[in-house]
Design a protein around this ligand. Sequence first.
Ligand code: GRF
Length: 221
Amino acid sequence: MTLKKKLRIAILASGGGTNLQSIIDLSQKGLLDAHICLVLSNNPEAGALQRAQRAGINTACIDHRVFASREEFDQTVVTTLKDAGAELIVLAGFMRIISEIFLDAFPQRIINIHPALLPSFPGLHVQRKAIEYGAKFTGCTVHFVDSGVDTGPIIAQAVVPICPDDSEETLAARILQQEHQIYPQAIQWIAEGRVRIEGRRVYIDKSRCATSALINPALNK
Ligand code: GRF
């Protein structure tokens, strides 16, 4: 019997780490062809570090505040990720902008999840911005990271409705539920070698295209 080689992934998180948890959970169920070789944070207080430690995953904390420049911080992060043997970098609420040094070290091998339907609402506080704009739908986007902010080629998206009584918190929670579905799935597709980038477009071999449209508010019938 030959054992299938698992893709070595490093997960970078600055906060609570619910996306990290969804990836750990799938991996512990044996449903992910990826091995989490490292969880790295820039924030010593990140809940993500505790989640990783509870799961017996190696962690590293590199506090950006002790570095004189973004480049020096990124160089240390890159060295740590290379030492861990990471093949795919998974940003899961990592609140640092990625410099060219980082991008060049892992070309087309860094992915991110964003809590809006890109290209709408890039940047921060996007749940509040979607509500204030009056959008009827928002969602989340898994994408490759390029040199822009939330601009890289899109791998997968999930759509959620915005309800009239939504607060930023209720909407964020609804979006997070979908983040926890699509992020592990996107990692699995990459681990299976099914993801191909052509220009801005990303193709997933043998995937099914969702066919039903959504309307919000629902039609009168
Ligand atoms: C998520 O909303 C994600 O889309 C954004 O940062 C948040 C991280 O949440 N990039 P968590 O730490 O995974 O709970």
